[in-house]
Design a protein around this ligand. Structure first.
Ligand SMILES: Cc1cc2nc3c(=O)[nH]c(=O)nc-3n(C[C@H](O)[C@H](O)[C@H](O)COP(=O)(O)OP(=O)(O)OC[C@H]3O[C@@H](n4cnc5c(N)ncnc54)[C@H](O)[C@@H]3O)c2cc1C
Length: 393
């Protein structure tokens, strides 16, 4: 098992524990904490228990790159090709709203405490053909009121520190955060009961609510929300065809002089990078080099991917030659068949809710996804492309 740089920051999770709750949330990542936040916004008296197999932030929420982004230009192209322009824009704006909601409700004036910075993000074009296409797409995005602009190779070198590419598209709205410090800010805002080191084994319906069987004994709740993301098929095997795990690996260098302004995507290599406020260069991706091996729940790193990450640092960054490795880790993402999240309850199991499948974008989606779920519980329709009911389980 690997430990991320972020997980060195210790969370205060001391709370009382109850046996009986209004809501039990299974999984202590950003989706679980976000769900608790929105439920308490509806009714501050709710008794909520969060059950976490390991520690809060043990999963992808403590292992990610900390991009709070809508995704890359390439991501927008995929959405447009799959769903059409109007839906692609709606999906993009859902992430935009996610960031704004996080800023309004959770980060507020504590940006420094959670290392949040609004920097914009850059998608680097892999070759001339892609660069020409990106420039067309930038026009399409601007026509949808998405705030993007082009940067040439000199500007990419100056602002994002990356060399050897012709140009890129900057989306002005994005930013980055320290993922575990963000979870700490959530914990300051929600009055919940936390059961760490407690693995849920099964959830069964009883006359009035649910019995949640764990390795530490049984707990009861009127409602259950499962937010275990990639681990969903392990908790409930009937989801095996709907959520496929995908491991992501990250390499962090020792601090370098500041030279990368904000998050960058280079989708040719499924690779992404940023620099921390303290100078460390963080780079992740290259799953495409070993796709089948990376479809796993095993939290470890491999030579093939870590070598590709470090080679990229050496060859494509102005300061790459000086870089030394400080930390390497991995985390597990959950992918749905159409790349969109699964939110809500199934018709035959009302009161048993799910949020899953936020792929590599949970920091950019989960807070708004949890709002969507809670609004759904309180009667508002969940958009069809996110509703879990679009798939038969
Ligand atoms: C390497 C990497 C880089 C990423 N980079 C970014 C990024 O920069 N920006 C972005 O937006 N997204 C990124 N992501 C994706 C993002 O981290 C995830 O989408 C998001 O964190 C998922 O949050 P979650 O709460 O749904 O799941 P998780 O954070 O995985 O939480 C699920 C929790 O459920 C717990 N659990 C599992 N089984 C049980 C059980 N039986 N009982 C009790 N608890 C259980 C787990 O221990 C875990 O803590 C990245 C992911 C990875 C792996």
């Amino acid at each position: 098992m690997t430990q991320s740089f972020w997980q060195d920051f210790k969370l205060n999770t001391e709370t009382t524990k109850l046996q009986n709750y209004d809501y039990v949330i299974i999984g202590g990542g950003i989706a679980g904490l976000s769900t608790a936040y929105w439920l308490l916004q509806k009714d501050s008296k709710l008794k909520i228990g969060i059950i976490e197999k390991n520690k809060i932030g043990f999963g992808a929420s403590g292992k990610n790159a900390g991009f709070v982004t809508c995704g890359s230009t390439e991501h927008f192209i995929k959405l447009k090709d799959h769903f059409g322009l109007a839906k692609a824009t709606e999906i993009w704006k859902f992430s935009e709203d996610n960031r704004k909601l996080l800023q309004q409700h959770i980060i507020q004036d504590n940006a420094d405490k959670v290392d949040f910075k609004s920097t914009g993000s850059c998608t680097v074009a892999a070759n001339s053909e892609r660069w020409a296409y990106y420039q067309e797409i930038a026009k399409v995005m601007r026509a949808q009121n998405i705030d993007v602009y082009e940067v040439n190779s000199q500007e990419m070198d100056r602002d994002f520190g990356v060399v050897g590419f012709e140009g890129g598209i900057v989306y002005a709205g994005d930013g980055y955060v320290h993922p575990i410090k963000l979870l700490s800010q959530f914990l300051n805002k929600i009055n919940v009961h936390i059961h760490e080191q407690t693995a849920v084994q099964s959830v069964s319906k009883k006359a009035n609510g649910f019995t949640i069987k764990t390795d530490q004994g049984e707990i009861s709740a009127s409602y259950v929300v499962t937010t275990v993301n990639a681990y969903l098929p392990l908790v409930n095997p009937k989801f095996a065809s709907l959520i496929v795990p995908g491991r992501g690996q990250i390499l962090l260098t020792k601090p370098l002089q500041q030279f990368v302004k904000g998050p960058c995507y280079l989708t040719k290599h499924l690779c992404y990078f940023r620099q921390l406020p303290t100078g460390e260069l963080l780079i992740g991706g290259f799953r495409n080099l070993d796709t089948e091996t990376e479809k796993t729940h095993a939290d470890n790193i491999t030579d093939i991917i870590q070598k590709a990450l470090f080679d990229f640092v050496k060859n494509h960054f102005r300061l790459g030659a000086q870089a030394e490795i400080a930390r390497q880790w991995s985390g597990i993402m959950g992918y749905s068949p159409d790349g969109q999240m699964l939110i809500g309850a199934q018709p035959e199991e009302p009161d048993l809710y799910y949020i899953a499948g936020c792929s590599g974008h949970g920091m950019g989606l989960s807070f708004n996804a949890a709002k969507t779920l809670v609004d759904g519980i309180y009667g508002k329709a969940i958009p069809e492309h996110l509703d879990i009911k679009r798939f038969k389980v």
